[in-house]
Design a protein around this ligand. Structure first.
Ligand code: ZN
Length: 188
């Protein structure tokens, strides 16, 4: 069990399409365990592997801290692929542990269908809507190198330029460990 540094806006690994997981060995199990510890320590509701510097197609979601989701069982998504998006769109304010202190409205499909493998590499299909669909799409984007600040309107993009630059330069004060260099990457 370990809390890993979280990669920040500007870090190269956040802009990379990550590699698929072929086998779930001890290293991958340790990574997933550490991702849950890291997410919990930072009070997040989701975390993608490249947010802890791992070049692997994995993200986790845990909504149990959110009101009305107390019974939520933590989920691990390995090699996910969103195969269906609803036509209905919703706007919701998003934030990101890799882009601290910035929040913005983002428009996304209200519901999705995702195919993925669980921690035993068993094929799974899930339909999700509402907050779960929102978090899944946010984390899935991470694995493709996309950040929520890419999806905001032009005016907001302009407003975010300076705060994003401050994050890139680490001119920020954050309560959880963060990566020290833009080249930070775990070896697995
Ligand atoms: Zn994020």
């Amino acid at each position: 069990m370990a809390i890993l540094p979280i990669t920040m806006f500007g870090d190269k690994i956040l802009r990379k399409k990550v590699n698929k997981v072929k086998i779930v060995d001890n290293e991958i199990i340790e990574l997933i365990t550490n991702m849950f510890d890291t997410k919990r320590n930072a009070n997040g509701i989701g975390l993608a592997a490249n947010q802890v510097g791992a070049d692997r197609s994995i993200f986790i979601v845990d909504l149990s801290n959110v009101e009305e989701y107390e019974e939520f069982k933590p989920l691990v998504f390995i090699n996910p692929k969103i195969v269906k998006y609803s036509e209905e769109q919703t706007v919701f304010e998003e934030g990101c542990l890799s882009i601290p202190d910035i929040r913005s409205d983002v428009e996304r499909p209200e519901a999705i269908t995702i195919e993925y493998q669980d921690a035993e590499l068993k094929e799974q299909t899930m339909n999700a809507d509402n907050l779960l669909a929102r978090v899944i799409q946010h984390e899935y984007d991470h694995l493709l190198g996309i950040l929520f600040t890419d999806l905001v309107d032009d005016e907001m993009k302009k407003r975010l330029k300076k705060p994003l630059h401050r994050i890139r330069k680490r001119k920020i004060d954050i309560a959880y460990p963060i990566s020290k260099t833009i080249d930070y990457q775990l070896t697995l």
